[in-house]
Design a protein around this ligand. Structure first.
Ligand code: HEM
Length: 505
């Protein structure tokens, strides 16, 4: 008896699904437009099962097969993949309708208040806070520290750690760099700085990484099948994800409450202070800075800055070490430029950048070749639109294939080679920017941390290689240039030997 009943349920569900799809299309004013091409999938599941452990490999195969605009269905969600830099610029810049974000049910830090923070918000809340955050990051000068001296505090502690190894093998590079990056973000937010061996810093970093891993790895099934959290909360990863998030939220709220008690409006020390002062002076109930919801928005934004800003930067820096060990001639050229500019009598500063075209080109080549966010971050079309003759339905997600764009031989000639000179004039004297390089995506929602991330990469890169010759540990396994599984494209684990080149200053 059970089999016919299951059969009837499946057949009815398929019919309802098919009728709903048809009705959606018939309601559209643009149904005369051609369908976006793309691979065939299964009902309900769409193309989910075709993605595997490295989804970008599959997206890249499809980019080659279907071209610059194609669609896949992940569960019932249509995702439009864009694999051309000009089209990315066009779609993410011109029309505000594409500034929407997919809504991931159950992923909010405050379940009773969905859509808070920088990453998940849309409309007025997003726009006002984005402007505020960008201004604070740009004008950063809370207390005594400027952004650069704050980054250099961390760089110097990392250099000290490498020096203490006295030429013995150093592993765990991504983890070491993560501590440093989290510390600088935490100092910007709360003006509290830890020593790198302080267990509170390891705890904070672990909290961030666990929340992130749970959201993007354990929770990936929940993105497309959110109802699973009601049926198998433990098995689907939902219970662990919530536990990590609650712990982290509690920590951030504690710091915000402490800042509220200590706030002195004549001496705003950090981002939390500046934000709380804004909330205090806001009397308009309609303002996104009004009342307790605004305080929750602050906590959600802090969480986003950690999730988006820490492992992304640490992973890029970890690739930096890999590339410069794989290509010792690049390391030598960089060291020559550093010496020409600083005489190796002082450390490198961001103000040296205009005189260091090779280092600037090298940063771009590291960002291009590593493409740590291979599929960018999805946007949501907030209304139906025509795009290059195709119908993009309301609520479709738009996803760039940044890895494909960054390795496309039609753009770069030799996309798989690591060659910083591609960002220099033929005589090697001037840096040349390329619009096809989009590691921070492009347009209205482009990464808010781009300037901070670029300053970080430049300062770590130049100051590490000014002080040390770095090579892979001959007794260890040399990493390939392929990625390990995870949300970010990250290098395989490796160990290096750092040999001091300059006497300590
Ligand atoms: C190498 C390092 C980094 C890379 C490759 C990177 C990449 C990206 C990408 C691809 C996006 C998606 C943009 C979009 O949706 O159009 C993004 C968004 C974002 N990033 Fe970064 N990022 C990095 C570092 C940082 C840092 C250091 C911070 C903050 C301190 C940060 C904060 C954010 C935030 C808050 C968003 C969401 C912006 C919004 O929705 O309006 N990122 N990032």
């Amino acid at each position: 008896m059970a089999f016919p009943l299951v059969g009837v349920i499946i057949a009815t569900s398929l019919l309802v699904w098919f009728l709903l799809q048809r009705r959606k299309k018939n309601e559209s004013k643009l149904s005369h437009l051609k369908e976006i091409p793309g691979p065939k999938g299964l009902p309900f599941l769409g193309n989910v099962l075709q993605l595997g452990t490295f989804p970008n490999d599959q997206f890249t195969k499809w980019s080659k097969e279907y071209g610059a605009i194609y669609k896949v269905n992940l569960g019932s969600q249509m995702v439009v993949i864009i694999s051309d830099p000009k089209l990315c610029k066009e779609i993410f810049t011109n029309d505000p309708v594409y500034t929407g974000r997919p809504y991931f049910e159950g992923f909010d830090i405050y379940l009773e208040h969905p859509g808070l923070g920088m990453f998940a918000s849309e409309g007025d809340l997003w726009e006002t806070h984005r402007r505020f955050l960008l201004r604070q990051l740009r004008d950063f000068g809370f207390g005594k520290s400027s952004m650069e001296s704050l980054i250099m505090d961390e760089v110097n502690e990392v250099l000290e750690r490498f020096q203490k190894a006295e030429g013995k093998p150093i592993g765990q590079m991504r983890e070491t760099l993560r501590l440093a990056i989290v510390n600088s973000l935490w100092t910007i937010l709360s003006s509290q700085r830890f020593k790198h061996d302080d267990p509170k810093l390891s705890q904070l970093t672990e909290n961030i990484i666990k929340s992130f891993d749970n959201i993007f790895e354990g929770g990936s099934l929940l993105i497309f099948l959110p109802w699973l959290r009601h049926i198998i909360p433990g098995y689907s990863g939902y219970t662990t994800m919530r536990k990590e998030m609650e712990g982290f939220k509690h920590f951030l709220e504690g710091s915000v409450n402490q800042h509220k008690r200590d706030l002195k409006e004549e001496n705003l020390k950090d981002f939390i202070d500046v934000y709380l002062a804004e909330v205090r002076k806001t009397t308009d109930e309609k303002s996104p800075f009004y009342g307790t919801v605004a305080e929750r928005q602050l906590v959600a934004t802090m969480l986003d800055l950690f999730l988006a800003g820490s492992d992304s930067s640490a992973t890029t820096l970890s690739w930096t070490i890999v590339y410069l060990c794989k290509f010792p001639e690049v390391q030598k050229k960089l060291q020559k430029e550093i010496e020409a500019v600083t005489g190796n009598a002082r450390q490198v500063s961001v103000t040296d950048r205009p005189n260091m075209p090779y280092a600037v080109a090298l940063v771009d080549e590291i960002l291009r070749h590593s493409s740590i966010v291979p599929d960018g971050a999805q946007h949501r079309a907030m209304a139906e639109r025509e795009f290059h003759g195709y119908r993009i339905p309301k609520d479709a997600w738009i996803q760039p294939n940044l890895f494909f764009i960054h390795r496309d031989n039609k753009i770069w000639g030799d996309g798989d080679s690591f060659r910083p000179e591609r960002f220099l004039t033929a005589d090697g004297k001037k840096y040349v920017k390329s619009d096809s390089l989009q590691p921070f995506q492009v347009g209205r929602r482009v990464c808010v941390g781009e300037t901070l991330a670029r300053d970080n990469i430049f300062l770590y890169l130049t100051n590490i290689f000014q002080k040390f010759d770095v090579k892979f540990d001959p007794k260890g396994k040399e990493p390939s240039l392929e990625t390990i599984p995870g949300f970010f494209r990250a290098p395989e684990p490796y160990t290096v030997i750092m040999k001091e080149r300059l006497s300590s200053k």
